[in-house]
Ligand binder design. Structure first.
Ligand code: ADP
Ligand code: MG
Length: 477
């Protein structure tokens, strides 16, 4: 009879191929296999959060690996030790891992069905391959994505009928292309029951095409795609230098476009920078609208984190929220990875989520946590202190308290940010360096003569420092 350790080890061998080293270490190494009874494998996880996380994020890969080891009827049961005593046999959460559609199934092995096995190719039977969690409601809007998001909403309302066809979404990795493209698909699906939506990565598309070539089934392949009303092709940069795949894609594109069907494409670069893609395809891509995604601003990053945390039911202290948003400026995916690690570390080691923990985790991801303060961050802190919208600092208004807030921000930026006067002025609605000099003089003057103002400024400085950014009080003059 198979022994639970062996079975679990074999499962781990499979799992390790599909998850990152960091996730493997965090989520799979702490699991202890307890027993195997018939086709039920029981594993012990450190706590309930852990169990929920595994079920939320890794259910597919867990399911597939234990099925591969034990057979189709395999079941997984979790045990959570009572009150952190490592004794098994207490709170029992029995979970048949038979439910599909994990919350984030990106790490799971390929699930996309071969389109040709769908019997009779009936319209409504085509599985859209969409992840139902990618929706507009949880796609935070910001300057970074306003145009792309608005175009996406418009397309979702009237697929194939707007000028945005194709809708081309481009931007660097982790900035939300897949989420947005899928949100459009999900929205169409919920509004138009009779429309067939299909999401496919261009890699998957290529592989299906190669299979079709091998099986002499090119015409079936093309016909299948021509049935779709809304076709979403993700990461089309993968089509680069694949001449034959581009040819068939070109013909599918034309067919759909001519029949008033909607195309949504994503890419990590704008059409004009795509190399190795035929000109005729590039020119098609330019027919509709190309909208780019940028790195979200500090405020948008905060809103995104807040939204993710509240949907996971986690309370993140405000200073930690600010600290993460401030320090992680690469992309949203990295920000999510860091959040998840922080929560996991807190749960595993029974620690509070605080700045120290956040710092530790972030330093594993990012080489040097920035100790340098940005103008944007100063603006935000000052605006909060004076309880005015941050945008006001950039506007032309001459209202006294806004002028004050603006001058304070400029002064702090000059003292703390290492940025040039020109840069600082620019960050305040394109003002010039002489305005910044004037602001600094005014504030210095007030600091010398007004002790109440002095303590006001040191309150703001304290607030800046609370977010984990280090600077010398003496920098403040
Ligand atoms: P890309 O396809 O551009 O590499 P993804 O769409 O996979 O990026 O996004 C990475 C992660 O960031 C996803 O989990 C996504 O939900 C999240 N994300 C990106 N932009 C936003 C946003 N504006 N609001 C909420 N979540 C976002
Ligand atoms: Mg993507």
């Amino acid at each position: 009879m198979a022994d639970h350790n062996k079975v679990w080890n074999n499962c781990l061998q499979i799992i390790t191929q599909y998850v990152t080293a960091q996730s493997f270490k965090t989520w799979f190494e702490p699991i202890v296999p307890l027993r195997l009874e018939g086709s039920v494998l029981t594993i012990q996880v450190p706590n309930k959060f852990f169990y929920e996380f595994l079920e939320g994020h890794y259910v597919d890969i867990l399911k597939q690996s234990i099925r591969a080891e034990i057979g189709e009827e395999a079941r997984l049961e979790y045990l959570v030790p009572r009150k952190q005593t490592p004794q098994p046999g207490s709170t029992k959460i029995a979970v048949p891992t038979n439910k599909s559609n994990s919350k984030y199934n990106k790490t799971a092995p390929d699930k996309i069905k071969n389109p040709f096995v769908i019997p009779g190719i009936q319209k409504l039977k085509i599985d859209s391959q969409l992840n139902p969690t990618y929706i507009f409601d949880n796609y935070i809007e910001g300057d970074c994505n306003r145009l792309a998001r608005a175009a996406g909403v418009a397309v979702a309302k009237r697929p194939g009928e707007t000028a945005f066809n194709p809708l081309m979404i481009f931007g660097n990795v982790g900035l939300g292309k897949t989420h947005l493209a899928q949100a459009i698909g999900n929205q169409v699906k919920s509004m138009f029951e009779d429309k067939t939506v299909l999401y496919v990565s261009s890699e998957k598309f290529t592989n299906q095409f190669i299979d079709a070539l091998r099986n002499n089934a090119i015409s079936d392949f093309a016909k299948f795609y021509q049935l779709v009303d809304v076709l979403i092709v993700d990461d089309i940069q993968f089509l680069e230098n694949k001449v034959k795949t581009q040819d068939i894609f070109f013909s599918i594109f034309n067919h759909l476009h001519q029949s008033g069907k909607q195309l949504i494409l994503t890419s990590d670069r704008p059409p004009k920078e795509m190399k190795g893609i035929e000109d005729r395809l590039i020119s098609r891509f330019k027919w509709g609208l190309s909208a780019d995604l940028q790195i979200p601003s500090l405020e948008t990053r905060m809103a995104i984190i807040q939204q993710k945390m509240s949907s996971d039911g986690v309370d993140l202290p405000p200073d930690v929220l600010e600290f993460i948003s401030y320090n992680v400026r690469t992309n949203v995916r990295e920000m999510e990875g860091i959040l998840i690690s922080i929560i996991a570390q807190a749960a595993l080691n029974q620690r509070n989520i605080d700045i120290d923990l956040a710092k530790e985790v972030i330093s594993q991801f990012i080489d040097n946590i920035s100790n340098e303060i940005t103008v944007e961050y100063i603006q935000k802190t000052v605006a909060e202190h004076y309880d005015i919208p941050m945008e006001k600092l950039k506007e032309k208004t001459r209202k006294k308290f806004i002028v004050r807030a603006r001058q304070v921000s400029m002064y702090l930026a000059k003292q703390l940010s290492n940025k040039s006067l020109k840069h600082i002025g620019g960050a305040f609605g394109g003002r010039d360096h002489s305005t910044v000099i004037h602001a600094c003089k005014t504030i210095e003057n007030m600091l010398e003569n007004d002790s109440r103002f002095k303590s006001e400024l040191s309150d703001i400085a304290k607030r800046l420092r609370n977010s984990g950014i280090e600077f010398n009080e003496s920098d403040l003059g």
